[in-house]
Design a protein around this ligand. Structure first.
Ligand code: FE2
Length: 162
C-alpha cells in the first residue's frame, strides 16, 4: 500500500472514485462543446470579475458544469457512485447515495487546484467544505502523504505527455 494513507482503506471500489475524479469536470467539456461562444464569454467573465468558474457559469447558464456533468452521466446511464461525485463535487453534502466518494472527489479537486495543476477555468482555489474536511478527519500525516502522492501522480501524468 502506497505510503499507508488511511483514506485509501475506506474504499471498497477505489476505481470508481478514480474514474469519477477523472471525469468530475466533464460538464465543462460538454458546455464548451455545445455553447462554445457563451462558454468563452463565461471564462472571460470569470477572469474579469474574479469569479469561480462555477459561479460564472451559473450567471451565464443558470446552471454549472457539475450539474451539467451529472445530467450527462445520468443520460449515459452511469452508476450513481459515479454520477453523484460528478454532480456534487462543489456541493458534496448534497450527495445521498455516494457521500464518501463525493467528499473525496471534492477534497481532491481542491487540493489539485491548490497545487495549481491544470487550468480549471479560473485562477481561484475554492475552500474545502469545512463539514467534509472535519468528517474525513485527515491527519497532518495523511495530508502530507496525499500531497506527496499527488505530486508523484502529477509527475507521472506529465511524463506521459512530454
Ligand atoms: Fe468542478
Amino acid at each position: 500500500m502506497a505510503r499507508g494513507i488511511a483514506i485509501k482503506k475506506k474504499f471498497n471500489e477505489p476505481e470508481e472514485v478514480m474514474v469519477s475524479a477523472l471525469l468530475h469536470d466533464i460538464g465543462k467539456v460538454a458546455m464548451k462543446a455545445k455553447f462554445s461562444q457563451e462558454y468563452g464569454e463565461t471564462l472571460w467573465m470569470s477572469e474579469k470579475e474574479g469569479l469561480l468558474i462555477k459561479d460564472a457559469e451559473e450567471r451565464m447558464f443558470s446552471t454549472n458544469h457539475a450539474e451539467a456533468g451529472g445530467w450527462l452521466c445520468q443520460k449515459w446511464n452511469f452508476p450513481v457512485n459515479l454520477i453523484e461525485p460528478i454532480a456534487y463535487h462543489h456541493r458534496p453534502t448534497l450527495s445521498k447515495n455516494a457521500l464518501f466518494q463525493t467528499e473525496v472527489v471534492h477534497v481532491a479537486d481542491n487540493l489539485v487546484r491548490g497545487r495549481g495543476f491544470g487550468f480549471p477555468g479560473d485562477r481561484l482555489v475554492p475552500a474545502v467544505n469545512p463539514e467534509v474536511w472535519e468528517k474525513l478527519s485527515l491527519s497532518q500525516s495523511d495530508l502530507r502523504d496525499l500531497l506527496s502522492d499527488m505530486e508523484d501522480a502529477i509527475q507521472e501524468a506529465t511524463d506521459l505527455v512530454t
